[in-house]
Design a binder for this molecule. Structure first.
Ligand code: HEM
Length: 162
């Protein structure tokens, strides 16, 4: 019974859980003007943005690799290049996701690990030079919300995982 691998995808509530997370994430971004900066990087109609994030997160959390099946390798950093992303955009994105995760049915420990994993990925999206801020991937990843240092979900790297 305990032999089968339980994934984050299972824990968050499978397909419906990932959908709910994405809905909530974009609802937070859309409704709170504190996130206007990143909201304005997105199209007025968020339908496609939601769909793509849902497809991506399904595979990223260990569920069906829907994004890869439809669009091929995510190449997330490259796909974000048209959008200027610095620490401020990363942090806004993270607050939206952290708020969205508060409504998900995860234990506090798992939620912290997921937040750390999202932070790694969001930080990797930075593509704007900022004085005093090291380039992404250059500094060791420390000081993220969960300092678990675990290798598993927090090491999921969309550049590396199919
Ligand atoms: C760091 C701050 C981030 C900003 C400002 C940002 C912004 C954006 C924008 C503006 C788009 C285009 C939306 C569209 O075309 O409808 C996009 C696409 C996307 N983002 Fe992000 N994003 C960030 C981080 C992340 C992270 C951390 C992930 C994954 C965990 C992610 C996953 C995606 C995916 C899967 C797409 C669709 C890519 C495609 O197929 O075109 N993003 N993002």
């Amino acid at each position: 019974m305990s032999e089968s691998t339980t994934t984050l995808y299972d824990l968050i509530g499978s397909d419906a859980g990932v959908h709910a997370l994405v809905e909530r994430f974009y609802q937070v971004m859309d409704e709170d003007t504190a996130f206007a900066r990143i909201r304005h990087l997105h199209p007025a109609d968020l339908a496609q943005s939601k769909e793509k994030l849902y497809l991506f997160l399904s595979g990223w959390m260990g569920g069906p690799p829907l994004y890869v099946e439809k669009y091929g390798h995510p190449m997330l950093r490259r796909r974000h290049m048209p959008f200027p992303i610095g620490s401020e955009e990363r942090d806004q994105w993270m607050v939206c996701m952290t708020r969205a995760l508060q409504d998900s049915p995860l234990t506090p420990d798992l939620r912290e690990r997921l937040i750390a994993a999202f932070f790694n990925t969001a930080d990797f999206m930075r593509n704007r030079e900022e004085p005093g801020v090291p380039e992404p991937g250059f500094a060791p990843v420390t000081g993220t919300p969960a300092s678990s240092g675990g290798r598993d979900p927090s090491r999921l790297d969309p550049q590396e995982t199919p």
